[in-house]
Design a protein around this ligand. Structure first.
Ligand code: NAP
Length: 279
């Protein structure tokens, strides 16, 4: 495909972060340091890496990060108490509970304990509902990143057929709602979808959020389609077979350097916004 656009997530993320810097300075002049609290339960190495990356990103633009690391055997009640304490802490503007938590914990209950005004990762049921109704304060960060990328590159959405592969509460479902709110015609696919390739071949925009490396195949992509890979699998591998899908795609995100960096910038953006709204 001639004139293919490589959708550069780092460029989009840098643009978001540049705009955050003066807002953080302004808050500091008023004596407020935006603060993101991160909670990690257990010792999953990937989760620990994500938390570290988020902490470093906060530091770079002057956001404080308060890292809470709880042991694997933490009970649901203990986790809920930690979240409640952070809800009550006026110095904390955003709370991020790293997913997944150990299996014995009621993850949904834990997410829903996060105060809505500190739900900067859009994980609460209320936050999801608000996003679906199109007045979400802080939509889930990866879906927000996908929309940020689409807007940065001015990719048209209205009337376009968007096929989202995946329906998780933090990714596939909210991004489907957000695309629908922007007047795309949306098909959401999942593991029980019959004949996925035929559906994907109809897509003007493909969003891959499956959690399976190189899952989306080159011959599923319609000529000129926009391919957005939200996947992030071990070894920095996306959910899209990039080389094969690049052939037909009109625009495509790489992995790494696509949706990942923008997701972190959205988290920072939401934390700063929450600090601004706390005044
Ligand atoms: P998830 O909770 O495991 O959900 C995966 C979804 O894919 C499910 O809805 C599942 O369907 C669907 N699926 C699985 N196999 C399928 C198949 N053969 N055909 C069609 N659909 C299938 O994963 P997630 O948390 O949404 O994450 C998805 C991907 O995004 C992962 O690679 C993850 O690492 C990445 N991610 C990236 C970021 C970032 O910042 N870039 C953030 C979050 C997640 P069912 O519902 O039927 O099971």
């Amino acid at each position: 495909m001639e004139n293919k656009i490589i959708l550069d997530g780092k460029r989009v993320a840098d643009t978001v972060k540049e705009k955050l810097q003066p807002r953080v300075e302004k808050l500091k002049e008023k004596g407020i340091v935006p603060c993101l609290a991160t909670i990690l339960v257990g010792n999953d190495p990937s989760s620990a890496t994500y938390i570290r990356m988020k902490g470093n990103a906060c530091k770079k633009i002057g956001i404080e990060s308060k890292k809470i690391h709880l042991p694997e055997e933490t009970t649901t009640e203990q986790l809920l108490q930690t979240i409640s304490d952070l809800n009550a802490d006026e110095q904390v503007h955003g709370i991020l509970l790293q997913h997944p938590v150990p299996e014995h914990i009621d993850e949904r209950l834990a997410f829903d304990t996060i105060a809505i005004n500190k739900d900067v990762d859009g994980v609460t049921s209320t936050g999801f509902g608000e996003t679906a109704f199109n007045f979400g304060r802080y939509p889930s960060c990866t879906p927000a990143a996908i929309l940020q990328l689409i807007d940065f590159y001015q990719l048209p959405l209205e009337g376009k057929h968007a096929v989202v592969i995946g329906r998780s509460p933090i990714l596939g479902k909210p991004v489907s709602m957000m695309l629908l709110n922007r007047n795309a015609t949306v098909t959401t696919c999942h593991s029980k979808t019959i004949d996925l390739p035929t559906i994907v071949r109809q897509a003007d925009i493909v969003v891959a959020a499956v959690g399976k490396p190189n899952f989306v195949q080159g011959d599923w992509i319609k000529e000129g389609a926009v391919v957005i890979d939200a996947g992030y699998n071990p070894g920095n591998i996306g959910d899209v077979d990039y080389e094969a899908c690049s052939k037909n795609a009109g625009a495509i995100t790489p992995v790494p350097g696509g949706i990942g960096p923008i997701t972190i910038s959205m988290l920072l953006n939401h934390t700063v916004k929450s600090a601004e709204e706390s005044i």
